[in-house]
Design a protein around this ligand. Structure first.
Ligand SMILES: Cc1ncc(COP(=O)(O)O)c(C=O)c1O
Length: 359
């Protein structure tokens, strides 16, 4: 069997959820497990994060998947209904829905709902992606008040564009707009993603909505999850499958992109972009092998990478353990080298990688 695997540490999820609660002690925690639990497995995430107060996903399909598997906790669909019919499915399965535009409200008004329906009303305070304009909110609330089956209290939500830049004036501008919108309303309120849970306590309100931090990954660039006291849930591991010595001047990999300046030892590792390792990771990206980090050299192939282990003081042999990211090697470092973010790396681990759960 190919030695690639993603080890999923359930205890890390519990640890990170407890950390989120410590940062936001006065708020309920909605654990964001969309995109298949940020690539970790939505059901696995739901199971290990069962102490969360609610879950958030992107679509009704993701919510249905959880319900069908027996997850009975509150679930919120962050993008709300894409069709009128989705309100009926949501209502039947007791799934709460975001309303971010008036056509979703039109569909809700026309739906005959059998049971109380949870609704979060999203307002655009400056991210300009989804949400009603602040000037539309009063009208939307008036319409919602007239719908017979809406569960109270309604929750008003907004999303921060620059929460990872703690001192950005965008944050105070969005917060001020949000405060103005909810002023005097009998509603719940929610603004904070992971970065805001950690760095912007004034945005915590009733509900925080952490995602990435629950997976042990830092939402703040230049900082690793480990430095924030978080524990990585996923470790992407493999092994050295071949070793060779090359002479000064010889090249490694496709297009002969990397050339050895001196006699070198090259380890070939069974992981590639076909597993979700970023193809754009450049030479120099660290790879952990048996206790130390060594530089990736040459292009990332579909199934393999090549690593310069010339400097190894310990023996690096065929079968030596390799960590591409995890506790031994922060995913944030690999992501930065590859010009991306940890979010994308965990989301793009492919189906052929076996996932192994450990406690
Ligand atoms: C509306 C909303 N809230 C919360 C989150 C969680 O964000 P993060 O993973 O940065 O904590 C997301 C994720 O994109 C989101 O779209």
């Amino acid at each position: 069997m190919r030695p690639i695997r993603a080890t999923i540490r359930q205890g890390a999820w519990r640890h990170n959820l407890a950390a989120a609660r410590k940062w936001a002690p006065g708020s309920k925690v909605m654990a964001v497990i969309k995109a298949n639990g940020y690539g970790h497995g939505a059901l696995r995430a739901a199971k290990s994060l069962s102490d969360a107060d609610a879950f958030a996903v992107a679509s009704i399909d993701e919510a249905q998947h959880l319900r069908r598997a027996g997850v009975d906790k509150s679930i919120l669909v962050l993008e709300g209904a894409f069709t009128a019919e989705e309100w009926l499915v949501a209502n039947q399965l007791h799934i709460d829905m975001v309303i971010h535009q008036s056509r979703q409200l039109d569909w809700l008004e026309q739906a005959s709902l059998a049971s109380p329906q949870g609704v979060w009303l999203k307002v655009d305070t400056g991210m300009h992606r989804l949400g009603m304009q602040p000037s539309e909110v009063q009208g939307a609330i008036y319409r919602l008040d007239k719908c017979p089956s809406i569960r109270k209290p309604l929750v008003m939500m907004s999303h921060l564009a620059s929460a990872d830049l703690v001192n950005s004036s965008d944050n105070s501008q969005q917060l001020n707009t949000f405060r103005r919108v909810i002023d005097g309303l009998s509603v719940g309120a929610s603004m904070a993603n992971s970065a805001a849970v950690i760095g912007l306590p004034e945005t915590h309100f009733n509900w925080v909505r952490p995602g990435i931090m629950l997976y042990g990954i830092s939402p703040i660039s230049g900082t690793s999850g480990l430095e924030l006291g978080l524990q990585p849930v996923m470790t992407l591991e493999s092994e050295v499958i071949a070793l060779r010595k090359i002479a000064a001047g010889e090249t490694v990999g496709y297009c002969s992109e990397w050339r050895a300046a001196k006699a070198s030892t090259i380890a070939t590792v069974a992981v590639g972009y076909g597993d979700g390792y970023p193809r754009h990771a450049p030479s120099g990206t660290p790879v952990w092998i048996n206790g130390s980090c060594y530089p990736l050299v040459g292009r990332v192939s579909m199934d393999m990478i090549t690593v310069d282990v010339t400097a190894a003081t310990e023996t690096v042999s065929v079968g030596a353990p390799v960590v591409l990211w995890g506790e031994e090697l922060p995913i944030e470092t690999v992501a930065e080298m590859a010009g991306t973010i940890g979010y994308e790396l965990v989301c793009q681990v492919t189906q052929r990688v076996p996932f192994i759960e450990v406690s």
